[in-house]
Write a protein of this length. Structure first.
Length: 316
């Protein structure tokens, strides 16, 4: 099957799942159900696209298919921000705070952190992407430790507010945030188009890319900015989904079996949408909201991550 045929297959599955999601158990209440489900479906589309897009780019510049952008501490920083707000001003204040303000604060803080990290790491010659990953892991562990410490100090009732932020949810997404997120993703995509042609070469590794005339440091810095903004938008919009990127990117590699990143990014985005819509249907129709989507995705992604590690170990 050709790559185009595989992409059209994914499009067909995505459209079919979207129709099922929008129409199942509607009971004729279209005026009420369609806007609510449509907003949820749009949030799923944005989140799946942003996470898949950023993961494929991140794995290309790190030349490693078992890494995800969350390794540089974005998810941990998001949870630290939510915990600090509750610790300082209380859970009621967090609940009453404007969702737009919380979204801007979360995205702004994560992007600023990423920029400072990149600036610190790439300021000196000889620093490479692996230094960034190492420092990112250290910062992520530090943020998680501080978050856990603060959570033990706050009132148990207010901890419930933080606990709600630990898991991604598409049930109460603000329409204004969807428009802001869409604008952000489109701007990043337009910026990315200038550098898209370099990704196929970057996948060969740093030495080959440099030998083929690619300004490696310049391109990698710009791609890291793209990754940081996309993962910040998706995390601030619905919450952290740690293993989604790992899952959809590696499924796209195996299913599409191509090195062309335009095809890979599109395919991974479609698979991300399919995974999220399918997972949301399972949460709503099978588990009747007794669990969250991120738990299902992280379970499946964690099992797949172990499989990839074992597969990589056998190849040695």
């Amino acid at each position: 099957m050709s790559h185009n045929a595989k992409l059209w297959t994914l499009v067909g599955i995505a459209v079919l799942l979207a129709i099922v999601f929008m129409t199942i158990d509607a009971g004729g209440q279209w005026d009420y159900i369609l806007p609510r489900r449509g907003k949820k479906l749009f949030a799923i589309l944005l989140t799946g696209t942003a996470i898949a897009f950023s993961t494929v780019v991140f794995q290309t510049i790190t030349n490693n298919r078992i890494l995800t952008p969350s390794i540089i501490g974005m998810d941990s920083l998001y949870m630290l921000l939510q915990t600090v707000i509750v610790f300082l001003i209380g859970g009621t204040a967090l609940t009453m705070m404007s969702k737009n303000l919380r979204f801007v604060m979360a995205v702004g803080l994560m992007v600023v952190f990423a920029m400072l990290l990149y600036r610190m790491l790439f300021r000196k010659e000889g620093r490479n992407i692996y230094h960034l990953l190492l420092i990112g892991i250290i910062f992520g562990t530090f943020f998680s430790s501080v978050t856990s410490f603060l959570q033990k100090l706050i009132d148990p009732n207010e901890f419930l507010v933080i606990q709600d932020k630990m898991f991604a949810s598409f049930n109460n997404v603000n329409s204004d945030l969807l428009l802001i997120s869409l604008a952000g993703v489109l701007l990043v995509a337009l910026y990315f188009m200038r550098f898209a042609k370099y990704l196929d070469v970057l996948s060969l590794g740093r030495d080959h890319a440099v030998n083929l005339g690619v300004s490696y440091e310049y391109v990698v810095k710009r791609m890291l900015i793209v990754v940081a903004v996309l993962i910040s938008i998706s995390t601030a919009l619905v919450g952290p989904i740690t293993f989604l990127g790992l899952l959809v990117a590696n499924v796209a590699y195996q299913f599409l079996n191509t090195y062309r990143h335009k095809t890979l990014i599109l395919g991974a985005s479609l698979i991300g949408f399919i995974a999220l819509v399918g997972g949301q249907l399972i949460v709503e129709r099978v588990f009747t909201f007794s669990t969250s989507l991120s738990v299902i995705i992280n379970f499946a992604g964690g099992v797949y991550f172990i499989y990839l590690l074992l597969k990589e170990n056998k190849s040695w």
